[in-house]
Ligand binder design. Sequence first.
Ligand code: SF4
Length: 190
Amino acid sequence: MNYAEIKEYDIADGPGVRVSLFVSGCRNACPGCFNPETWDFDYGHTYTLETEDRILRLLMPEYIEGLTLLGGEPFEPENQAVLVGLLRKVKQIYPKKSVWCYTGYTYERDLLRGGEKHTSHTDEMLSLIDVLVDGRFLLAEKDITLLYRGSRNQRILALHPAGKEDGEETSAVEAVEEIAEIAKGNSSWK
Ligand code: SF4
């Protein structure tokens, strides 16, 4: 797997201050994509064990809320095989930090068993992600006022919060409430 960039202090792609990994490779080809250079699977740098160690170190400070995966497309099969290993370690070392992931694919249609992007790694990867922002970026639905999303069709799905069914949609309002809880050190996500 290649990656385009690691942001050490990202405050735009999920709550709090986060480490973000922008992976390379995406077959969605959304018109108006904010990062078209990352469609190429060979773009950027080779992801190595040193890269993984660097991400794990960057997550260490208490003020880092968690990790966000985006791209490119984390759920392209080639990328899932690598990312599931990273997420396993993140959850083992930092069980209280949240993992957010952006995908242009649709949770129920593409990622669940029987979906086009479901692989032998997908179920485990989904089990290690707290919040999934799903759906293609649609230029016609673009709205710069949205929290954590580029277009109105995209959804913020809290995959494993207490008291909710897996995949139940979290509204932007609920997300803001959750963020307030996290800021008070009282998150119910994990
Ligand atoms: S899924 Fe994301 S990276 Fe891929 S084309 Fe769409 S907006 Fe761009």
